[in-house]
Design a protein around this ligand. Structure first.
Ligand SMILES: [Zn+2]
Length: 96
């Protein structure tokens, strides 16, 4: 990680605190992501990590904080496997 990304990590953490550090839907405190509540210009390809952080800072009212599972459900995507579940669930992984 270079200095620029480290800087964005600090800024992202500040935003997480501002949003309450938990999923707005289920209250989970892990795998948190900023999800669009309504459309901003920061959509589609090319929206990198730094761009997302900047966009949330600029328009916090356009975002909500969700865990990866609730975010996937909201966006109608297949729910991603969580890192914590992969470690906790070696049996299911073996049969995947
Ligand atoms: Zn959630």
């Amino acid at each position: 990680m270079n200095d620029k990304n480290a800087c964005y990590t600090v800024r992202r953490n500040r935003l997480l605190v501002m949003f309450g550090e938990r999923c707005r839907t289920c209250g989970d405190t892990q795998d948190l992501e900023f999800a669009h509540q309504r459309r901003t210009d920061c959509v589609g390809m090319g929206r990198g990590y730094a761009n997302r952080v900047r966009d949330v800072e600029r328009r916090p009212e356009a975002y909500t904080l969700l865990c990866s599972r609730c975010h996937d459900l909201l966006d109608n995507r297949p729910v991603r496997k969580r890192q914590s579940e992969i470690i906790r669930d070696p049996v299911r992984l073996a049969h995947a």
